[in-house]
Design a protein around this ligand. Structure first.
Ligand code: AMP
Ligand code: MG
Length: 503
């Protein structure tokens, strides 16, 4: 297996763990994690691997079956690994849910990567932990493939995210009621190996504040600052930095039309990373109220247009958890204001880049943008294709972005006239736009095609997507079918547009 990997497990070394080691669901107290090993699976087999991340970490692509595949499926530990499940809580759909925790994720170790960075290796779907509540600790192939590929696609788009190193089959069925209609079915199981400097969430702090474990709260805050925010020494400054990063992250999601789908506070990364890929989606028809998550179809709390507001709401819950650690709460309020400022500045810059202008600072720019979004919302218009094709601002070029035959030809023509006028002296317009408007995003119907093929034993669709999504802003002649708007057959097919939380 080449040179042995180096591990340095600072989280478990620095912080108090659960003194109880029995693996039964229970409330855990005075601890930030429980030591727990993955539960072995019947037939571990590597299905996919991220070469680029492997190189960054210094791990060679393993054989499909063998020692490393066993490690990546949870059947074997390497010397120096100290696995654990983290304790956290969270607000789910706006309500405090109490203790949640890593119910099926198990961190194996902190790796000293080839590039010198420290990276947590975490298996998702690795079996029950004390935080599993009533669930089975496992994950199905479809949701695991979605997490694996979207993590990498997000990184390639230039968005902060947790990464994914591998996708492994377990050879064991997992029973899920995919449609939540009372018809559970066995599905193939899988394990993803996720990678990030830290998987700490807002909820890791919230649970300690909720149970008034203030010593542990302080220990966790100090640890996170020391390890992940070098140069920052106060809670106030660190909170501001998390607010700033979250503001930038929201601008990235919004500029790309990414909808996370479940922005509960336990799914918010303290490092400002995209984390926990579940029923996410990419905006196809532009619609502020769109959500890919059928579980949220009624309230639409986590719909596209609400994301920036929800992120701030979540940051406010984090601030509340940190109040016991600060002398006065005003500086935390300033953090929330910094979030709003950061987001609005970054969003304006992102829009400028999407339109190919240096800045949206001329008289009439606000109207030009407002009228564009009104136009996009008037009839079903593909968000990704519209901006990509706007590099050539003609009705003909934009035609493929329209889902129906009702394209508003005259309105579009009129808006394009204003746009061409506005941008005629903008040097480098097309290059700027092509670097900001991806041609290829990981649309849900593409994910579903990769899942269907892989479930039938064919990894080629997944592999092709990995290759193409690696360069989302490049034209890549010959691959254009992967940039097409969602075909009509996929409009109402499960998984191809919207999907449930079942995973
Ligand atoms: P999620 O909505 O996927 O972020 O999950 C919320 C909580 O449920 C987290 O504590 C997860 O670890 C837990 N969870 C979700 N699915 C499972 C599962 N199959 N087995 C155990 N815990 C789970
Ligand atoms: Mg989660």
């Amino acid at each position: 297996m080449g040179t042995p990997l180096r591990f340095d497990n600072r989280f478990v070394r620095a912080l108090p763990g659960d003194p109880v080691l029995t693996n039964v669901p229970r409330p855990v107290r005075n601890a930030l994690y429980t030591r727990i090993e993955p539960t072995p699976v019947a037939a571990p087999r590597l299905l996919a691997w991220s070469d680029e991340l492997g190189a960054q970490l210094g791990i060679e692509r393993p054989a499909p079956e063998g020692q490393m595949a066993e490690v990546l499926a949870g059947n074997r530990l390497l010397p120096g690994m100290e696995p654990y499940a983290a304790r956290y809580g969270g607000h789910q759909f706006g309500h405090w849910a109490g203790q949640l925790g890593d119910g099926r994720a198990i961190t194996l170790a902190e790796l000293i990567a080839a590039d010198g960075s420290r990276q947590e290796l975490q298996l998702k779907g690795a079996g029950r932990t004390p935080y599993s509540r009533t669930a089975d600790g496992r994950a199905v192939l479809r949701s695991s493939l979605r997490e694996f590929l979207c993590s990498e696609a997000m990184h390639w788009l230039g968005v902060p995210t947790t990464r994914a190193l591998s996708l492994a089959a377990t050879g064991e069925p997992v029973v899920r009621d995919m449609f939540y209609d009372g018809n559970p079915e066995p599905e193939p199981g899988a394990v993803v190996c996720r990678v990030a400097p830290s998987f700490v969430r807002f909820g890791n702090f919230q649970i300690l504040a909720a149970t008034k474990e203030l010593d542990e709260l302080k220990l966790l805050a100090d640890h996170v600052m020391r390890e992940h925010f070098p140069g920052i020494e106060s809670i106030e400054d660190w909170f501001r930095e998390t607010c700033r990063r979250t503001g930038l992250l929201m601008a990235d999601w919004m500029r790309l039309g990414f909808v996370h789908g479940v922005m509960n506070t336990d799914n918010m990364s303290i490092l400002g990373l995209t984390i926990d890929y579940g029923p996410y989606g990419w905006l196809e028809g532009y619609d502020l109220a769109w959500t890919p998550n059928t579980t949220d179809a009624e309230g639409r709390r986590y719909c596209y247009g609400n994301q920036p507001h929800i992120a701030q709401w979540n940051l406010a819950r984090l601030a509340e958890a940190l109040v016991p650690l600060v002398k006065a709460s005003e500086p935390l309020g300033e953090g929330l204001a910094l979030y709003a400022e950061t987001f609005s500045r970054a969003w304006s810059q992102a829009l400028a880049a999407k339109l190919g202008v240096a800045a949206l600072d001329r008289p009439g720019d606000d109207e030009l943008v407002a009228d564009l979004f009104e136009l996009l919302g008037a009839v079903e218009t593909d968000f990704t294709l519209f901006f990509r094709n706007l590099a050539e601002p003609t009705v003909e070029s934009l035609q493929p972005a329209y889902y129906r035959d009702d394209l508003p030809r005259e309105r579009l023509q009129a808006w394009l006239g204003r746009y061409v006028q506005r941008t005629k002296d903008e040097a480098g317009r097309v290059a700027r736009m092509n670097a900001a408007n991806p041609k290829y995003v990981f649309r849900n119907y593409l994910a579903q095609q990769a899942i269907d093929a892989l479930a039938a034993g064919d990894a080629s669709v997944l592999e092709r997507l990995m290759r193409v999504l690696r360069r989302p802003y490049d034209e890549q002649p010959g691959e254009s079918d992967l940039a097409a708007r969602r075909p009509e057959w996929a409009r109402n097919r499960a998984g191809c547009s919207a999907l449930s939380c079942s995973s």
